[in-house]
Design a protein around this ligand. Structure first.
Ligand code: FE2
Length: 318
């Protein structure tokens, strides 16, 4: 099940609520930005009260944290704004505490928010996948190397890149006066939060500080403009290819058809192979995993699959 298309949403318009989930100490306040109502996976704006204390813990979900203000002591290290963590499921996070309070984005990628007290990793946990970055201090802004490219003045810091799925977590800026006059969509869901600044988009208007969207695959977005620039935090759940065009009236099904037509034109042999019946696609680099045409459909968030089921259309492998 996919998260709903949420765009635009501004967290400054709603109040914090107390998070009273299992294992979570008091002093954990949240605003829900988006949620998968089946799994509980979600993205939240979080304010930890001054004096918040959390024991060493694991969770059954990949967890991402991006600190936007205040400070958080994690183990012996104090993290301030710009601090980013990707904690793979089952990897133990040291005790954390804050004397001054801490304002952050928190993302549970697989389950509802929870913690399980533990100072040891769970069996099979991928400690090598742990990411900890002081993104404001240590990392230079880079011109994106994604092609086709966005307009001049959009810069990136890549925080995490999943080699298997090409899902990404990144910071991005639009420099003052940034404009891009075409329309874009992607084969993946795209999520973003404005840490600071306002940008305008043709379909959804102004997105200010605290603005957020969760946008499923194949939804048109752009043109863009930002008078004073923005600093944003973004994620995708698959490879970010910019399908650019100039038709403001195309819908997600038409956009997906166009992407499929391009794939068939450009990789005709791969297209034929993908639709070979009674055939799983086994990746010799990942021999324990098998892929069919619909094996990843729950991971990528796109509403065209709901559309297919709603209309009684089944995949050819079903
Ligand atoms: Fe986009």
């Amino acid at each position: 099940m996919a998260r709903k298309h949420i765009e635009p949403f501004v967290d400054r318009d709603v109040e914090f609520k107390r998070l009273g989930m299992k294992g979570i100490p008091s002093g954990y306040n949240y605003k829900m930005l988006s949620i998968d109502e089946d799994s509980g996976a979600c993205t939240m704006t979080v304010q930890w009260d001054s004096g918040y204390r959390q024991p060493p813990s694991v969770s059954y979900s990949d967890l991402e944290i991006f600190i936007m203000d205040g400070e958080m002591k994690v183990g012996d290290t104090i993290w301030r704004k710009g601090g980013y963590f990707f904690v793979p499921r089952g990897v133990s996070l040291p005790a954390f505490s804050t004397d001054k309070g801490c304002f952050a984005l928190v993302m549970y990628n697989d389950t509802e928010p929870h913690i399980v007290e533990s100072d040891a990793d769970m069996d099979g946990a991928d400690r090598g996948g742990l990411v900890q970055l002081a993104t404001y201090d240590e990392m230079p802004w880079q011109v994106p190397t994604l092609f086709p490219q966005t307009a001049t003045g959009c810069l990136l810091k890549l925080l995490r890149f999943d080699e298997k799925t090409h899902a990404m977590t990144f910071l991005y800026t639009m420099t003052p006066g940034f404009q891009q006059d075409n329309i874009s969509y992607h084969d993946c869901a795209e999520e973003a939060y404005h840490v600071w600044g306002t940008s305008w988009m043709m379909q959804f208007g102004d997105l200010p500080t605290g603005g957020y969207f969760w946008r499923p695959a194949y939804v048109n977005h752009g043109a863009f403009y930002s008078e004073h620039g923005i600093l944003g935090f973004g994620r995708t759940d698959g490879e970010l290819h910019n399908h650019f065009h100039w038709n403001p009236y195309s819908n997600p099904e038409e956009n997906a058809d166009r992407a499929a037509a391009r794939l068939i034109r450009q990789k005709p042999e791969l297209n034929k192979w993908m639709f070979t019946h009674d055939h799983n696609h086994i990746d010799f680099e990942h021999p324990d995993e098998q892929y069919s045409a619909d094996s990843e459909s729950d991971r990528i968030h796109s509403h065209i699959h709901e559309h297919m089921h709603k209309h009684g259309i089944e995949h050819s492998h079903d």
